[in-house]
Design a protein around this ligand. Structure first.
Ligand SMILES: Cc1cc2nc3c(=O)[nH]c(=O)nc-3n(C[C@H](O)[C@H](O)[C@H](O)COP(=O)(O)OP(=O)(O)OC[C@H]3O[C@@H](n4cnc5c(N)ncnc54)[C@H](O)[C@@H]3O)c2cc1C
Length: 320
C-alpha cells in the first residue's frame, strides 16, 4: 500500500497527527498495534488540567479532535483554579474511558483519506544512501511505503513496568506489549533512546466503597465545552442528542495518619524508594509515597475517587 504519510501509534499524538495530515489532503495510514485501543487513555481518563487544559483547547482550535472527543465522553467537568485569576483557570474533564476511545475512532473514520491499519511496526524501511524513511514493515512482514513516517509510540518503545521492587515486566502500558524491535532499530540508527517514567495507582471496585462517608463533588458541565466545534454547521452530539453524556459525581477523601504510617513502614517496598528505579527523572503525577517523603509535615493528602465510566463500578484513585 502506498501512502503520503504513515503515522505509527494511535494515542493522542498519533491520532492528531493523522487527522492534521488528512485534513491537508494527504493519504494517511495510521498503523497501530490494536484498533480496539485507538484513543486509549493510559492512566487517568482525564483531559486537561493545569496547563494541559489550555493545550487541549489549542489543539482543538487548530482543528484537532481531542476537544470533540472529550465533550462526547466527559462524565465530570471542573474548572480548576477558579479562586485565582482567569489567566490560570484550567479546564479539566474526567472521561468515560470507553466512550472516549469510540469517539476518537469515529472522528478518525470521518476523514475520507485516513486509513486505520492494525499492526505493530517492527522497523522503518530506509533508503541507506539518502538516509530517509521510505515506509515501514510490521511484525507480520506487511510493508507500507510513504513519503514520510511520523512515530508517536508514546510509552511503548522498550517500555517497562515496575510493581514494587520484585515485579519488572516488559510492557507498553498495563495489558499491552512493548515495541522492542522499533526501539532497537532506532538505537542502531544512532538515535538516542531513553526511557522516561510515570506512575499509576491501583484502581478500586466502587462497590467496596462506603460513599456516605465521602465528600461528593458534582460536575460543572453546563459551564463549558472543550471544543469550539458547536459553532460549526454540524456539531456532534451524543447518542441521546446532548452535547455531553450524563454527568457522574466524584468523591473526595484523604490519605491521613494511618495511610502515612503504612507507607512509611513499607517505603523500601516501593519501586521508587526500594531501589528498583535508579533515576528520579520527570514524572507526570507525584506518587503518594513521594508526597509523604518530601512533605512529612503535611497531615493529610487529598484523594479523589473518580469514575472510569458509566458502565463500570471501577474507580480511579487520584492522589495515590
Ligand atoms: C502508567 C502511566 C501513567 C501516566 N500518567 C499520565 C498522567 O497522569 N498525565 C499525562 O499527561 N500523561 C500520563 N501518562 C503518559 C501518557 O502515556 C501520555 O499522556 C499519552 O498517552 C501520550 O500519548 P501518545 O499519543 O504520545 O502515546 P500513547 O498514548 O502511549 O500511544 C502510543 C500508541 O502507539 C502504539 N504503538 C507504539 N509502538 C508501536 C509500534 N511499533 N507499532 C504500532 N503501534 C505502536 C500503541 O499501541 C499506542 O496506540 C501516563 C502513562 C502511563 C503508561
Amino acid at each position: 500500500m502506498d501512502l503520503d504519510v504513515i503515522v505509527v501509534g494511535a494515542g493522542h499524538a498519533g491520532t492528531e497527527a493523522a487527522v492534521a495530515a488528512s485534513r491537508l489532503g494527504a493519504r494517511v495510514g495510521l498503523i497501530t498495534a490494536a484498533l480496539e485501543t485507538i484513543g486509549q487513555m493510559s492512566c487517568n481518563p482525564a483531559i486537561g488540567g493545569i496547563a494541559k487544559g489550555t493545550v487541549a483547547r489549542e489543539v482543538d482550535a487548530l482543528g484537532g479532535i481531542m476537544g470533540r472527543a472529550t465533550d462526547l465522553a466527559m462524565l465530570q467537568f471542573r474548572m480548576l483554579n477558579r479562586s485565582k485569576g482567569p489567566a490560570v483557570w484550567a479546564p479539566r474533564a474526567q472521561c468515560d474511558r470507553g466512550l472516549y476511545r469510540r469517539a476518537v475512532r469515529s472522528l478518525l473514520e470521518a476523514q475520507p483519506t485516513l486509513h486505520t491499519i492494525q499492526g505493530t511496526v517492527a522497523r522503518l524501511l530506509i533508503d541507506e544512501e539518502e538516509r530517509r524513511a521510505l515506509g515501514v514493515e510490521t511484525l507480520e512482514g506487511r510493508r507500507f511505503t510513504s513519503r514520510c513516517v511520523v512515530i508517536t509510540a508514546g510509552t511503548f518503545l522498550r517500555g517497562r513496568i515496575h510493581i514494587g521492587t520484585d515485579t519488572k515486566l516488559a510492557g507498553g502500558r498495563a495489558g499491552d506489549a512493548p515495541a522492542v524491535h522499533l526501539a532497537q532499530q532506532l538505537e542502531d540508527l544512532g538515535l538516542e533512546v531513553a526511557r522516561f517514567k510515570t506512575g499509576t495507582p491501583p484502581r478500586v471496585d466502587g462497590r467496596s466503597v462506603d460513599l456516605t462517608r465521602l465528600e461528593r463533588q458534582d460536575s460543572e458541565v453546563d459551564a463549558f465545552d472543550f471544543t469550539w466545534s458547536h459553532f460549526w454547521p454540524t456539531p456532534r452530539r451524543t447518542a441521546a442528542g446532548t452535547r455531553h453524556p450524563a454527568q457522574l459525581p466524584c468523591w473526595i477523601t484523604y490519605a491521613g495518619a494511618d495511610v502515612k504510617r503504612i507507607i512509611a513502614d513499607n517505603i523500601d517496598r516501593s519501586a521508587m524508594y526500594g531501589g528498583a528505579i535508579a533515576s528520579r527523572g520527570p514524572r507526570y503525577c507525584p506518587s503518594v509515597e513521594d508526597k509523604i517523603v518530601k512533605f512529612p509535615d503535611v497531615e493529610r493528602h487529598q484523594v479523589f475517587l473518580e469514575p472510569e465510566g458509566h458502565d463500570t463500578a471501577e474507580l480511579y484513585v487520584n492522589g495515590l
